[in-house]
Design a protein around this ligand. Structure first.
Ligand code: FES
Length: 220
C-alpha cells in the first residue's frame, strides 16, 4: 500500500472507530480522497439521501484513490460507514478546511476560515471581479469565491456545508447553489433555501485583501 494510501486509510479508520485521527499533511491526492470520504461518511439512510449515481460515483472515486487492488471494498462499504454514523471526516462536511501545514482544521465560531501557518496568496485581479461576476478560486486546499459587494471584496467558501459538494454561482439570482441537494447560499455565505431535514450551516468566510491590482486570500 502506498504511503499516502496508508495515511488516508489510517485517518478514516480512526474516524470509523470514533477515535481522534492522526494529524498529517495531506497532498493533493490525499486531499481529494479525504473529501470523498467525508461526503460518504455524512450519508444517512433515509435522510438527505443523494441520488444513487452520486453515491456510487463517490464510492468509486474513493476506492480508486485508496486502493487500486479492490482490497478496500469491504472496509469502505457504504453499509459500514452508515452503520457507524460517522460525523464529518474532514473539511467539507461542516465548512472546514484542510490545512496542509498542520493537519485538519475546524471552522471557528467566527465562521471565518483561519488556517494555521497561513499566508496571503494572489488568486486573481481586481479588474476580473464585478458586482455580478465573482472570482472563483482554489488555493492552499481551500475552494472559494471572492465577491465584490458595496465596494468591498468578500471571500466565502465554495464548499457546501451539508455534504461538501462544490457550489455553483448563479448570475441571475447572484447566489450559490449546491448541485447535490439544492441548498442555496447568499454571496456572504448565509443559507437562503434548502429542502433538507435540517438546515445546513452558513458557509465560512475567507479573509481577502487587495494588494495593488491583485486579490489575495489567506490560505494554508
Ligand atoms: Fe447537500 Fe449541498 S451537499 S445541499
Amino acid at each position: 500500500m502506498a504511503r499516502n494510501t496508508r495515511r488516508v486509510a489510517r485517518y478514516i479508520d480512526s474516524l470509523l472507530r470514533g477515535r481522534r485521527p492522526p494529524r498529517f499533511e495531506p497532498d493533493d491526492e490525499e486531499l481529494a480522497a479525504l473529501r470523498q470520504a467525508t461526503a460518504m461518511s455524512t450519508l444517512r439512510d433515509g435522510v438527505d439521501t443523494p441520488t444513487a449515481g452520486f453515491v456510487s460515483g463517490l464510492r468509486r472515486r474513493l476506492e480508486d484513490q485508496l486502493d487500486g487492488t479492490g482490497n478496500s471494498r469491504e472496509r469502505w462499504s457504504r453499509r459500514r460507514v452508515l452503520s457507524r454514523g460517522v460525523a464529518a471526516a474532514a473539511a467539507v462536511a461542516a465548512g472546514i478546511a484542510i490545512d496542509r501545514g498542520g493537519g485538519l482544521l475546524t471552522a471557528p465560531q467566527s465562521q471565518e476560515l483561519q488556517p494555521n501557518q497561513a499566508a496571503w496568496v494572489a488568486v486573481g485581479k481586481v479588474q476580473d471581479v464585478s458586482y455580478r461576476k465573482p472570482l472563483r478560486f482554489g488555493a492552499g486546499g481551500i475552494e472559494g469565491f471572492v465577491f465584490l459587494s458595496a465596494g468591498e471584496l468578500r471571500g466565502v467558501s465554495a464548499v457546501c456545508s451539508h455534504q461538501g459538494c462544490l457550489l455553483q454561482y448563479r448570475a441571475q439570482t447572484m447566489d450559490l447553489e449546491c448541485p447535490c441537494h439544492g441548498a442555496t447560499f447568499s454571496s456572504s455565505g448565509e443559507l437562503r433555501s434548502h429542502r433538507l431535514l435540517s438546515a445546513p450551516a452558513p458557509l465560512p468566510t475567507i479573509a481577502v485583501r487587495q494588494r495593488g491590482g491583485d486579490i489575495e486570500v489567506r490560505v494554508a
